[in-house]
Design a protein around this ligand. Structure first.
Ligand code: FPP
Length: 270
């Protein structure tokens, strides 16, 4: 039997340096910390939100509590991106490999995603967030699909943070599908083999609406890319922190941005 979100106990947040909920009534822009250069901010940040299970285990809670807290953390980060002028945030919420988790955990996650898209929709609209969901959405629950559809439509004209959630996403699968689509065009004679270049392939990826990420953040200390945005992360700066995702707060994000601003991005050049 699946565990509904409402059945999972709520936990108080242990440390919340700033008002955290996207549902906060505060609408004024919260200032960028003075040690960050507003001209050198990454415009697109990708995040592998890892460590929810360990966070919960360390506290003697079921794993799903880590996911629930992880969703709060994500809400905070999205608001922070808005406050600090980050244009796009893309998060890895569920990989093609995550179906291998227990039925209870998979059900919980699907319901959590659906709840986020439904319950936060009003606030996302008010905050100007433009939501996109990428991945293979063919075999997700119908109710989740409907919630995504509705949230996408309601936010499509928004001009604020471009918030992209990867669900049932796999980077290799994405590239294979892009190649199949391009091969079909060649077969039909609408393009020539010589027309195939990096730009064309990028246009066939789920992320065609976004510039490539400047920064990839991965929590929980794992040094892996885990099949996330394999093409798009070619020149991204990687930042790995030991902090577990539910504890990744505004302070931790600030550190990640400071670290990013110390990098010299060379894009393969001298
Ligand atoms: C990885 O931690 C996390 C996930 C597979 C789920 C991520 C989902 C959220 C943060 C929920 C919020 C997202 C949305 C879009 C509402 P893990 O479970 O692999 O942790 P572990 O490595 O410690 O076991």
């Amino acid at each position: 039997m699946s565990l509904a979100i409402s059945q999972a106990p709520k936990l108080p947040r242990s440390h919340t340096p700033v008002p955290s909920q996207m549902t906060s009534k505060t609408t004024s822009l919260i200032e960028l910390p003075s040690d960050l250069d507003c001209t050198q901010l990454p415009q697109h940040i990708a995040v592998i939100m890892d460590g929810n299970g360990r966070w919960a285990k360390n506290r003697g809670f079921p794993r799903i509590m880590g996911h629930r807290r992880g969703a709060d953390t994500l809400r905070d980060l999205l608001r922070c991106c808005k406050d600090w002028g980050i244009g796009a945030l893309t998060v890895y919420a569920f990989s093609t490999e995550n179906w291998g988790r227990t039925l209870e955990e998979v059900d919980f996650l699907m319901t959590l995603f659906e709840n986020l898209f439904q319950l936060e929709l009003k606030e996302m609209v008010a905050e100007g967030v433009r939501l996109e969901v990428v991945g293979n959405l063919d075999n997700i629950p119908a109710s989740l699909y409907d919630a995504i559809d509705k949230a996408r439509a309601a936010t499509e004209h928004n001009q604020g943070v471009r918030f992209t959630v990867a669900i049932n996403y796999g980077g290799r699968q994405e590239i294979v599908r892009a190649c199949q689509a391009i091969a079909t065009q060649v077969q039909q004679g609408s393009i020539e083999v010589a027309d195939i270049d990096e730009n064309l392939l990028s246009k066939h990826l789920h992320t065609a609406h976004l510039p490539d990420p400047d920064l990839l953040i991965r929590t929980s200390g794992e040094m892996r890319i885990s099949n996330f945005l394999l093409w798009q992360l070619a020149y991204a700066e990687f930042y790995v922190t030991d902090i577990l995702w539910p504890d990744f707060d505004r302070r931790a994000f600030h550190q990640a941005l400071l670290n990013y601003q110390q990098r010299h991005r060379r894009f393969g050049k001298a």
